[in-house]
Design a binder for this molecule. Structure first.
Ligand SMILES: [Zn+2]
Length: 273
């Protein structure tokens, strides 16, 4: 699942691939952009902003994309076989003379004036992997709605940008917080932005996402994707549930013993304790 670390790495790969020379191919397969031709322009830089990608081009244009749940940009040498999915999932192809970038399953793809990028990313809170990271401001935003469950506050990109379901679940476990604990009840809440930044920084340059410090396959995360399996700390079976407003729930994983406190609606407050 793409989170801030994946997007940071994607931006770096796209930047390396596309800033070498003018585009010789431009194929944007969404209705609104079907007639757009970017060939002849150079890509000047590719910026990650939270979970958004901004591909800036000569002439004051920015191609804005977002990966959401399973989107991806893949880079190939020209002539190499593309392998990111079936052809009907391709939303964008940009190529220089020797590199081709293919965007698969992109739920967001739009062309903006670079001067208007704020309309796409201006709502974002401090960017966990951005040059202007501001832990104080991130904390202020996280705590602005004191009754909000910490799991929901962490996912809200207006608070801090870059966290998805994996880091949300892992952060709550590492800090022994129920994801349903109101943010006002989080002890030493400054640990939230600090640990989030540390985890994303540690993972931004590697393909495998590791929060446990153990790189072995199947040992890399504490709770994410491990429902029903034993907690690595205490052995209690881990649980999973949707969290958030009805219809927009996001999956979360937690240990009912290590993370005491409120649980999902309708379950005992302290889980198995
Ligand atoms: Zn546990």
């Amino acid at each position: 699942m793409p989170e801030g670390d994946t997007v940071w790495r994607t931006a770096r790969e796209l930047g390396r691939a596309l800033t070498g020379g003018p585009l010789v191919r431009s194929d944007l397969r969404v209705p609104a952009l079907a007639t757009v031709d970017l060939t002849g322009r150079r890509v000047t830089e590719v910026l990650p902003r939270g979970k958004h990608l901004l591909t800036r081009l000569e002439g004051g244009l920015t191609l804005h994309s977002h990966l959401r749940m399973d989107g991806a940009w893949r880079v190939y040498a020209t002539g190499e076989r593309w392998s990111g999915g079936p052809g009907h999932q391709i939303r964008a192809v940009l190529a220089t003379a020797d590199r081709t970038a293919v965007g698969y399953r992109l739920p967001v793809l739009e062309l903006l004036r670079t001067a208007d990028e704020h309309t796409a990313v201006g709502h974002l809170g401090p960017d966990l992997l951005g040059p202007g990271w501001d832990a104080q401001e991130a904390l202020r935003r996280l705590l602005a709605d004191p009754g909000r469950p910490v799991g929901e506050a962490l996912l809200d990109q207006r608070n801090l940008a870059g966290i998805g379901n994996v880091y949300k679940s892992e952060l709550c476990f590492m800090l022994r917080l129920s994801p349903w604990l109101p943010v006002r009840d989080v002890p030493a809440p400054e640990r939230l932005p600090a640990l989030a930044r540390k985890l994303l920084e540690a993972n931004k340059s590697r393909a495998a996402r590791i929060t446990t410090g153990d790189p072995r396959h199947d040992h890399r995360v504490w709770v994410y994707g491990r429902a029903g399996r034993p907690c690595r700390r205490c052995g209690t079976p881990l649980r999973t549930a949707g969290q958030g407003d009805a219809g927009r729930e996001r999956v979360t994983y937690w240990c009912p013993r290590c993370q005491p406190g409120p649980g999902p609606a309708g379950t005992p407050g302290r889980g198995d304790d």
